[in-house]
Write a protein that binds this ligand. Structure first.
Ligand code: FMN
Length: 285
């Protein structure tokens, strides 16, 4: 596989942004609600956003200088003037309204009515909650980090989370249900992703110290059928099973390709003991 390499120093800020958003994806979207010093509301989405610590809980997002002319955005001005903001998560049901809130409205223009989203009073900050959002955080500005000076340069706002809000029906036990949030993420260009249905899958943490790829039999590692994910599942075992003790059963394939396809198929069903039994047969060929 050949690699295309571009030097960041040779890219214009707009091109550098296009490279970043194509590769750093999908990104969660923060719908940032702020007020200016006169209490006028502002709402805009930001996908340069994530969580960075949990003691205390900290999030950061970046209302950067505009790539076009280097001017700063209302969200940045409001959050730094008042020291507070609300971050509202974006679900698929509100994606068009989120997009409307990203339009460049003038100074002091409230994006809530423009986007048709409903402001609700927050508990600790003057910025409004967004009634339609599944999950929200009231934040106090912890620190502002300037990441350069010119057009497109980063202005990162780190906020301490004062409280979380989640729509009650999205709770499962005492936590928000990850499979019910229907989050939307931003990819490169004008592409988005939706975290629901087949797009969601579970991947448990490795238990203890997995044997790792290198401990797998060479015959498997050289397979043209088994993929990195197939081998990765086997490499999660805590100890290499005794392959010599695996017994054949009627109907087992007798050739390498047949066995590898059978291993792949039982791995996809999550039947690890059966996969290892077939691996035992494969390595004895
Ligand atoms: C999904 C999405 C994600 C965005 N992410 C960012 C971002 O991370 N940083 C940024 O500066 N602008 C981002 N924008 C553009 C801002 O939303 C846009 O500049 C907006 O007009 C800023 O509004 P304001 O001046 O009211 O703060 C994004 C737009 C969309 C639609």
């Amino acid at each position: 596989m050949s690699l295309r390499t571009v030097l960041a120093s040779e890219l214009s800020p707009i091109k550098a942004n296009a490279w970043l958003v194509a590769g750093v994806a999908p990104r969660p979207i923060a719908l940032a609600s702020t007020v200016n010093e006169h209490g006028v509301r502002n709402l805009a989405p930001f996908s340069f956003f994530n969580a960075f610590g949990s003691n205390p809980p900290m999030v950061a997002f970046a209302p950067n200088r505009r790539g076009r002319d280097g001017t700063v955005k209302h969200t940045y001005l409001n959050a730094t003037a008042t020291g507070q903001f609300v971050i509202a998560a974006v679900s698929h049901a509100m994606v068009q309204q989120m997009n409307l809130a990203s339009a460049e409205y003038g100074d002091g223009e409230d994006e809530f009515p423009k986007a048709g989203l409903t402001p609700l009073p927050a508990r600790f900050v003057d910025a409004a909650l967004v009634a339609e959002s599944p999950f929200q955080m009231e934040c106090r500005l912890h620190r502002e980090v300037e990441l350069g000076q010119g057009p497109g340069s980063g202005l990162m706002l780190i906020g301490e989370v004062l409280c979380f809000h989640v729509q009650e029906h999205l709770m499962k036990g005492d936590l928000p249900n990850p499979t019910a949030m229907d989050h939307v993420g931003r990819s490169g260009g004008a592409w988005y992703t939706r975290a629901s249905g087949d797009a969601l899958f579970e991947l448990g943490k490795p238990m203890g110290r997995p044997i790792g790829f290198e401990a797998l039999p060479d015959a498997l590692k050289q397979s043209r059928i088994l993929t990195g994910n197939d081998l990765g599942r086997l490499a999660h075992a805590e100890t290499l099973p005794d392959l010599g003790s695996m017994t054949a059963r009627p109907g087992d394939p007798g050739d390498a390709e047949g066995l590898e396809r059978a291993i792949q198929s039982v791995l996809q069903e999550g039947d690890l003991p059966e996969a290892w039994r077939l691996v035992g047969l494969r390595v004895r060929l």
